[in-house]
Design a protein around this ligand. Sequence first.
Ligand code: GAL
Length: 727
Amino acid sequence: MKLFTLLTGFGLSLMALNGDKSDLSSASKWQQPAAGTWKLELGNADAELRYTDLAAEKPRIKAINQIGQSKFPFAESAIKTLKSADGKIMVRIPCSADEKIYGFGLQMKNIKSSKKVLELKVDHWKLGGGRTHAPVPFYISSKGYGVFFNTARYLKVYNQLGNRKDALTNPPEVDRNPPPSQKDKQPGPWQALPSADAVEALVDAEGLEVLIFSGKTMLEVVQRYNLYCGGGTLPPLWGLGFWHRVPAAFNEEECRQEVADFEKHNIPLDVLGLEPGWMTKSYPCTFEWQTERFPDPKKFTQDMLSKGVRLNLWENPYMSKDAKIYKDMYPHAGSHLVWLGIVPDYNQKEARELITEQHYRDHVSIGVSGYKIDEVDGYDHWLWPDHATFPSGVSAESMRQTYGMLMQKMFYTDLFKKHNTRTYGLVRSSNGAASALPYVLYSDSYNHAEYITGISAASLGGILWSPEARGARNGREWLNRIQTVCFSPMAMLNAWATGAKPWTHKDVTEPVRDVINLRMRLLPYLYTSFADYHLKGIPPFRAMILENGFGEAKSKVIAGKLDSETNPYAMGQIIEKNDQYMCGPSIMVAPFYEEQHSVRSVRLPAGNWYCFYTGKFMGNNKTIKVTAEELKNRIPLFVKEGSIIPMLSDNINNSREAFGHDLELRLYGKKAATYALYEDDANSFDYLKGTYGHRIIHCDPKGEISEQASKGAALFGKISKVRVMTQ
Ligand code: GAL
């Protein structure tokens, strides 16, 4: 086997595992593009597509530098590489046994990846093991650094598994079946998975780019990653309102009726999502309006807009022979069909022009606000095979890893940014470097606990997740799901198959309406939280492990029971507790879900925490029990000491009413606080040119406020009410 050594800049070197001196790559030096950020290219990295090639925006180097300096997190020569006998590239990043590894994208069951082998591949959610809608090849260590494998290929990672014979820190051997005399002399219990001292990543590619981010905290690491990928996305304000997707075969009249029913039930609505039936043909798709159902799309779209309701159109990328642009697209499509539709290669300019010109003409120019990009994930049995070919020469594997990103980037750039109008939409696959793309992931899975975990998992890899509500067995479940939805990046009911409405379960219509109203009232807070995502890389919804004072994700270890057929190694199970998360800088959300329909425990991190609704002191660094009854059927929300929450002073039914609307300011705790309220025009891309500002608001415990006006565009109105929420 041939092994290689790499000598690098900064006095850091990469060593081959056996000390062989030949280079794996000529461009093998570490570069430092920004503070706390290092980049290394192995092999011919330029021959491969990088995820950052598809990032919406350029790295925000200045913002990364503003976080401050941070040291390279490893000892010299600690990172090793080799080229395997069959030509694959391996990178070995040291990692101690007590280090926790988090991330790798939208892993639905847990956020910790320690002691796991993952094959990161874009797929539907069912198979697990790293196959997921967004297998972001980025992990974060509890020691304060993150590693990003920036090459659009399948990647296999061995996290703290795979003990090497020359490792210095292998755990001692334990006799699994000691004789009675040796029983007490074992160094510990026998482990089916002895801890190894590294994360090893393997890729079958000509080259691999590796990025390392470091920071004082895991949050700083995430910030640097997001900022390197262009910063977080900033949706238009309407994107943060309430979304409702109608049944697949709805026609114009039914849609109008649905909107009227929302008005009648006094329930907010900002976006109406049309599912496949809006098109002349779907699976494969034509992308053209079905005039039997929508006789005058322009009038319909404009009528909806006049009520403040935006349209979002479902589509999948696979193009039918009946599409008017089919013939022109044919030469720009890959070798294989999906659902008998051609698969356009959007790495080609001609293909991008064809589709975006058609989309602009038929949809965007008449007022359509965005898309739900479906089916850009797996499974193997319905996507193109790994040996498919594409006219751009990009491999089938890289196409699979990036198809969702390609579409997001193309729509973002050529349909919306080009016309200086923001969009916000949905996509069913994404990957590394996606943070600045204005799309939220969703799934056909429907486990509420996993949907909540998804919010945390997404925050570790620059993606957003919608725990969409589709239906429920009873009112309690419905309320729980809508409550989670209202505290997520996209508050959406997807009734494509169920026909559900917010008022479907009459017993809970009132609290359902209340939580949607609360979402709307929180628009100023949510919008500023997204601005922090854009400007500082701080995810608007975040895993608790990124929060000071929480410690590691609480998990339950279930001891394994020996069974020669089903569990011969007596493997245990770790059940993580990821059922609470942060919303913006100050609010902790702990939804009711599953069997815990109306009672649950909540872990309050260190620091004083107050009930959002009453201002009652709830505790500091302890676990408490909350019930829906005591909360009057509201979602459990806790606010950190010294926080200001800006809200609209009363309920609104559409985000356009938020413009110029009076604010209510709430101060939680006994200390004075300052808050920087972000404002811009909430619709265009002018903020990227600096047309935005912050209103600096100071509030003391007596409720006295002072305010420094923003230099940017005004968005919200005056502060007409101040509430000091301390009991
Ligand atoms: C599924 C998608 C659903 C819905 C449906 C329409 O693939 O996940 O949300 O859009 O297609 O056919």
